[in-house]
Design a protein. Structure first.
Length: 466
């Protein structure tokens, strides 16, 4: 485990030893010290010193290329605060200056994924693995920004998201593989799995993992593990995901990728409900993870963990309401991040349905709100999607039975059927994890149909009697 706190103190001391005109007289040394100190500040969650260091480089850097490192750090820091839209715009501006224009290139996920698959269809796995290394420093930095834009755009700009992946893969094929290239392949695999072809998606996930060894760097290993493990969980036993994500956290911390370290921790927690982890252990882990995130000012993840903690506490029977982030900050994040908003409303629906004695109005309202954001959320396949589909199915069939409006009955019945069919498809790749949930929704659908037939007969009888 790398010690970025100690490293920061050394770089900081190095900066203090510099003379007054160090930017003129010792430019290369100054640039390196400030760059490395900023790297450590970002990893440590020290946003105040990060901004001070970056402002110095931006003010004194002799070329645009010399400023790219610190601009990258600033973009990363903004990405998981409440400034996500600003971070995306900044990333797009920088990429445009590097000759990569992504604005105006929005199309459906399915179309973009097919184009990328067609591009790769002429190469074997061995040819991809043996592609030359990227040597162009500008392209190397550009692909680094694209890699970070993957995670940012996925949360609030899903139509842009697949084009980022496409660009990473195209640049890797044309200019050679960089340490960030495996990210493009793992996200492609995740999209393909989300669209329904889990086995094909799994192939690209394994290819991305093999590429990490070939590029000779663990810079992208944390992200490859975090995204790839979520796909693997639809084929391999879900319990294995915890070990993979723990590995992803460790390798991310060692390389200073604090965002992927956080994502691996969040995914461990979000997968634990589906894997039936002991509730007390779940509570302790969620407290530990939330503290880790809060200390590093990763507010987007903190809001998601607050929702998760609320559910865990309800399951235990506690009345506590965790509040690391103010209501004002939560509203700001929900207004700009559709993925967090969808999770937020799902958790509200889940609590209303499971713990509040099936409150009809609340369960129905929060489910509708969550479903409104589904099309603008993560394009990746996540374990949480199966959990959401299962409970959306249960809620939909229940609302259909309770409703007294025939049109609403049919709408909710169809919603429940869609959830059931998703679980049926996933059960084909992993019976162990999904078959029982599919069967339960099938039973709920049959019960719902019988109920609706009886309701219809009763209404007709009442109409005839009247």
């Amino acid at each position: 485990m790398s010690d970025f706190v100690a490293a920061y103190s050394y770089f900081d001391n190095g900066i203090l030893f510099l003379r007054k005109k160090h930017w003129e007289e010792h430019y290369e040394l100054s640039l390196e010290l400030f760059d490395m100190a900023a790297t450590c500040a970002l990893t440590n969650g020290d946003i105040v010193n990060l901004e001070l260091l970056c402002n110095q480089v931006i003010a004194h850097g002799r070329s645009y290329e010399d400023k790219l490192n610190v601009m990258y750090f600033v973009t990363c820091a903004m990405a998981f605060s409440s400034r996500l839209p600003e971070a995306i715009e900044k990333g797009l501006d920088i990429l445009a200056k590097l000759g990569i224009e992504l604005r105006g290139h929005e199309s459906s996920l399915r179309v973009c994924v097919q184009e990328t698959k067609d591009l790769l269809s002429v190469y074997t796995n061995d040819e991809i693995l043996n592609t030359r290394q990227m040597t162009d420093p500008t392209m190397t930095k550009a692909i680094q920004f694209l890699g970070k834009l993957e995670v940012m755009a996925s949360q609030s700009m899903p139509k842009l998201f697949p084009h980022v992946t496409q660009q990473i893969i195209q640049l890797s094929i044309l200019h050679g593989m960089s340490p960030v290239s495996p990210i493009g392949f793992v996200h492609l695999g995740s999209y393909i799995a989300k669209l329904g072809d889990i086995s094909e998606g799994y192939r690209y996930v394994k290819l991305a993992r093999s590429l990490i060894d070939r590029v000779g760097s663990t810079e992208s290993a944390g992200e490859v593990i975090s995204i790839g493990t979520q796909v693997r969980s639809y084929i391999e036993p879900l319990q294995a995901a915890f070990e993979y994500h723990s590995e992803g956290y460790a390798v991310s911390m060692a390389s200073g990728d604090i965002i992927q370290a956080a994502l691996n921790l969040v995914l461990i927690c979000s997968s634990s409900l589906s894997a039936f982890v002991n509730l007390q252990s779940m509570r302790e882990k969620s407290d530990e993870v939330t503290n880790f995130l809060y200390e590093r000012k990763m507010l987007i993840f903190v809001v998601q963990m607050q929702c998760f903690q609320h559910c865990v506490l309800k399951l235990i029977g506690a009345d506590e309401k965790p509040a690391y982030v103010s209501a004002e900050e939560v509203c700001k994040i929900l207004a700009t991040n559709s993925s967090v908003t969808a999770v937020y409303f799902f958790q509200k629906a889940y609590v209303s349905f499971i713990f509040m004695f099936r409150l009809y109005d609340d369960s129905k309202h929060y489910t509708e709100k969550s479903l409104d954001f589904i099309d603008n959320t993560w394009a990746n396949l996540l374990v949480a999607h199966s959990f959401h589909a299962f409970y959306f199915g249960l809620i939909s069939f229940w609302v259909a039975r309770v409703s007294r409006d025939e049109q609403q009955q049919q709408q909710w019945l169809e919603s429940g059927k869609r959830s059931k069919l998703r679980l049926k498809r996933w059960a084909e790749s992993s019976q162990w994890t999904f078959e029982n949930k599919w069967y339960l929704l099938e039973a709920e659908e049959s019960y719902c149909k019988v109920w609706l037939v009886l309701f219809s007969l009763c209404m007709k009888k009442l109409w005839l009697l009247s």
